[in-house]
Design a protein around this ligand. Sequence first.
Ligand SMILES: [Fe+2]
Length: 377
Amino acid sequence: MNGFQFVVPTEIRFGRGSVNGVAQGMDAWGVERWMIVTDETLVSLGIVEKVLAGVEANRYTIYPKVRPNPETGNIRDGVAALKAAGCTGVLAIGGGSAMDTAKAIAYMANQAGEIEEYLDGRGTKKRVLNGEILPVLAVSTTAGTGSEVSLYAVITNEKTRIKDSLSEGGIYPKVAWIDPDLMDGLPAHITAFTGMDALGHALEAILSTIENPMAEVYAIEAMKRIFTNLPKAVQKDREAREEMAFSAMLAGAAMSHCGAALPHGLGCPLSGHLDLPHGLTVGILQIPMLRISKPVIEEKVARINRELKIEGTDPVEALIEAIEKLEETIGFPAKLEATIEEATLAAMVEDAMIHGCTGLNPKALSKEEVTAIYRAL
Ligand SMILES: [Fe+2]
């Protein structure tokens, strides 16, 4: 077995009612005033109020301007708001977009220059970190992104439309509250999209060229639970919601160590250029990854199938069938149903070829193969 490293520095507080401890959790970091990074929907649903119950009003400022697929301009705006309000810590309440926005604001609060100079997902980072990162706390309201236990913040460069990232140990949330009570009201399609994102994190972490046996244990366990529970979670089953929240966290920790593969490498450009939900684009690319990588993944997939009790003489085909069945059960679209202009397609291909996750796919991908995959969606 190869040597490996494994670290999840985030303190995880999991379970129904765990957000009751947020007020006390905000006390430990020497922060007098927190910026609450969230969106208007979570404010209007009363979720922000529920999380902040028991926190004195002068301890925080609510910044409800998170948008899906956050962009560099959103981070500039957030940093300006943070400074204007005199906040020195950031608490995210939301899904991946809120957590990634919060992490990026915390990262940029004390850095010289522009966020574009620090994005590092395409090998174009121009500056090294030179200022202190503010403490980040996270309250996760979806079960999918795993951002609550990762060192990534995915941010779209508003000038190039490239969905890039910051990755830095200092942006791991100090504490993550994963409270399924906050997820009970999630609509079926968001449960399905985020659930497929979590499945992608687990499967891609196993198939990526970075081997990590401990991450694989997390990823296999996540896959088992996702196959069993995602269909029930879409039907709003309470226990299945808990299982999905747990699985998404396990899968996120696995991905944080192994990276991802084709679905994230091609899905991020798709989501960045067409402004589509991350989980939709990542989910729809799982089967293309398995098909094109088939000759080099049979052994690993056979291992996954044994653990998940997926039967069939051809392991890759058997897993594809199982995923198709899962997608059908949860109402996940089999086709993208989006028109991609030729110029956009060319830009997406360029972008995908330099995406870090494309390079981690078990089978190396040519420009022609990437183009063909996009055309077939
Ligand atoms: Fe993802």
